[in-house]
Design a protein. Structure first.
Length: 669
């Protein structure tokens, strides 16, 4: 074959395969057998391999993924990815419709009702009909670029059909794992002794973040699209554009419906509340949207969500099953949590085998006896809980559950603190799950953020290489290499991550220590008043309770923590290792520089490590100017959590670079 002919054949094959892909994965109406499809794909693969000059990143062959390990690049969303107001009550749906009608001065309004897909949100960008980027929601402002993984999802078109799509647009939807695929993956995981995913949503999210796209390609992810964004959309209503998108090759649910008023909306909700169980994938509610874009615009947005849409969530599903036994887990604070082992039962698309029972009061309240038949429900969908007992099925003479008296891990007598629902194991220093739990908390993302250590702690602890969090800083490369599955590269990565954690600011270190009741916010509050560990150690109970928002319980817990000599030793070790045990005082210590000279920076939202005043001070100390509103003179929008959507939109329109707190600090280094 001449090169010309080869090129022609490659293009033809790509076209044919795109077509059959769409028939199979989007329309579920295959026209050829799998065998024929595979043969065509094989032919194309061979031609492409032998003629690399004709490579195309959007070829159907690229859906198989590869084994390259990728770090996900953070990408700023062109349009912020907002969330929806949620409700479980029909009254609130009625209120929403009335609010809309009032906001539109009684104009006639059409709504669309759609299924609320239970998966992971994704934004797909297309340019000239080609998929160019796929980004996860992230914090709504920035997400992860997961394009390579998304390309493996067969129902997402890599190349659009027709020629009437806008030159550039974004389409958003939900990536999900249908029930069947979920069962299959979990069965495989069990076979390989890997922990199963808790539900299809977690499985989809976990899959999307896998490092190797070849592994993603083996998981049967699917994607429904539910909104289009762009400057030149063909129609002025949401419904028309979505219908059109189907022609371009997107999978748009056939269950979207235009509803004219409240009665039709409730008819749709009630229908799907029952029928959802027949769907091959999970849905946790219905999304109601104003159909007309102009009306959407008029209604606008609140800080977090559009005023023109609402999500009605279905009530949790219930199932009955048998209680087999109760297991008692010991948390990092020594708190004992009873967990019920259940006879496996299918609930909302997943098999439930365990349910939390919270504490002994809860067991009493539910009046659970051994071998009872219980009602389980998925609250918030992740951890199922027992909500009642079917007493008609109780065997006569069955025994009440007797809450344990001794710690199941170390045998210490359990205690119960006054006013608390939980029992505790008091052996803080010697009870293994408490020690491991504290170290796991110490390395967690919001604390010291030591990547890769979470999974390793068990092994390090069991080998006697660490017995508290400070020991991490004294690990040698040889120590880490002595663990199974650790090679040169992963050992270096772990050591580097430990090293980097020495720059984590003081308030997060304080949180990382795991003092009971000192969560993120409390740590921030205390560090603002006492910016070093020495000052906190010297503070009296009265000093601490004098701080706004610090009550007696927290103050006592802090005093107790520092009374314990073992904790003082940990702090000494952390200090010697160079961990920030005093406010780094980026703001007050930092010298004047002109690193931000001539730059206008707008701050919006709330930030993890600094107050807005501190950021303002930093900008000014470094020669920049902090301005309050965005204009074409703005150089950066420093965006935190809960940033106003209007600000973001304006910044995007004016092409202003949006940076987060870490990016900003980078500018100063
Ligand atoms: S529209 C402005 N439609 O639910 C938000 N969202 O909190 C527009 N979701 O983040 C979203 N099905 O991930 C929309 N038919 C649907 C949806 C849907 C699922 C997800 C989406 C969003 C979350 C709402």
């Amino acid at each position: 074959m001449t090169k010309e002919k080869i090129k022609e054949r490659i293009e033809k094959l790509r076209q044919i395969l795109h077509y059959h892909n769409y028939q199979y994965y989007v329309l579920a109406q295959p026209e050829i057998s799998d065998f024929e499809y595979d043969n065509l794909l094989k032919e194309l693969k061979e031609l492409e391999e032998n003629n690399p000059q004709f490579f195309d990143p959007n070829s159907p062959t690229q859906r198989v993924g590869n084994d390259t390990t990728l770090e996900f690049k953070q990408v700023t969303h062109k349009y912020p990815m907002l969330s929806l107001g949620n409700t479980y009550s029909s009254e609130e749906v009625t209120d929403f419709i009335q609010r809309v009608q009032k906001g539109l001065n009684g104009e006639e309004t059409e709504f669309t009702c759609e299924l609320k897909f239970d998966g992971v949100a994704i934004g797909l960008s297309y340019k000239k009909g080609l998929l160019t980027q796929a980004v996860t929601r992230g914090d709504g402002v920035k997400g992860d670029d997961v394009t390579n993984n998304v390309k493996t999802i067969r129902s997402i078109p890599l190349k659009l059909s027709g020629n009437d799509f806008p030159e550039e647009f974004e389409i958003r939807g939900e990536i999900l794992l249908p029930h069947k695929g979920f069962e299959k993956i979990n069965n495989e995981r069990k076979k390989n002794n890997e922990p199963p995913f808790a539900n299809p949503r977690n499985a989809a999210a976990g899959t999307l973040k896998l490092q190797k796209s070849a592994t993603v390609a083996k998981r049967p992810l699917d994607c429904f699209l539910y909104s289009i964004l762009g400057d030149h959309l063909p129609f002025k209503t949401h419904y028309q554009n979505l219908t059109k998108a189907r022609e371009w090759g997107f999978k748009v649910s056939e269950h979207i419906k235009i509803c004219k008023g409240i009665d039709e909306i409730f008819e749709y909700i009630n229908y799907w509340d029952k029928e959802r169980h027949q769907l091959p994938f999970g849905t946790d509610g219905v999304v109601i949207k104003v159909n007309d874009y102009q009306q959407q615009e008029k209604l606008g947005y609140t800080a977090k969500s559009p005023r023109w849409a609402i999500a009605y969530k279905f009530k949790a599903e219930q199932a009955t099953t048998k209680l087999l036994s109760i297991q008692y887990q010991v948390g990092r604070t020594g708190a004992i949590t009873p967990v019920a082992n259940l006879e496996p039962v299918l609930l909302a698309g997943t098999t439930v085998k365990r349910a939390s029972l919270h504490n002994s009061d809860q067991i009493k309240l539910l009046d659970i006896h051994e071998n009872d038949t219980v009602f389980v429900e998925k609250g918030g969908d992740i951890i199922p809980k027992i909500v009642g007992v079917d007493k008609r099925k109780r065997k006569t003479g069955s025994k009440e559950i007797d809450f344990i008296k001794k710690c199941p891990e170390c045998g210490s007598d359990l205690i119960r603190i006054e006013g608390e629902a939980k029992h505790y194991c008091p052996n803080t220093a010697g009870c293994p799950p408490q020690i491991k739990g504290r170290i796991e908390h110490f390395v967690s993302r919001k604390a010291m953020n030591i990547g890769g250590a979470e999974a390793t702690i068990e092994a390090l602890f069991n080998k006697g290489l660490i017995s508290d969090s400070a020991d991490l800083y004294y690990l040698t490369k040889e120590d880490i290499l002595s663990l199974e599955r650790f090679g040169e590269k992963s050992a270096n990565n772990l050591l580097q991550s430990i090293e980097e954690s020495k720059t984590v600011p003081f308030q997060r270190v304080l949180y990382a220590l795991g003092i009971r009741y000192v969560g993120e916010t409390v740590a921030k509050t205390i560090a603002a008043k006492y910016p070093s560990i020495d000052e906190i150690m010297n503070a009296s109970f009265e000093d601490l309770t004098a701080i706004d928002e610090i009550g007696e319980r927290i103050a006592q817990s802090i005093i107790d923590y520092f009374k314990d000599k073992r904790n003082i030793k940990i702090i000494e070790k952390l200090k010697n290792a160079g961990v920030q045990l005093a406010q780094d005082n980026l703001t007050s210590k930092q010298k004047q520089t002109d690193k931000l000279k001539g730059l206008n920076i707008v701050i919006s939202g709330t930030f993890k490590n600094h107050s807005r005043d501190e950021l303002k001070e930093l900008i000014e100390k470094n020669g920049g100017k902090n301005t309050s509103s965005i204009s074409s003179n703005t150089n950066y929008l420093l965006a935190g959590e809960n940033i106003g959507p209007k600000k973001l939109e304006k910044a995007n329109k004016l092409n202003i670079q949006i940076i987060n707190e870490d990016d900003f600090l980078q500018l100063l280094t």
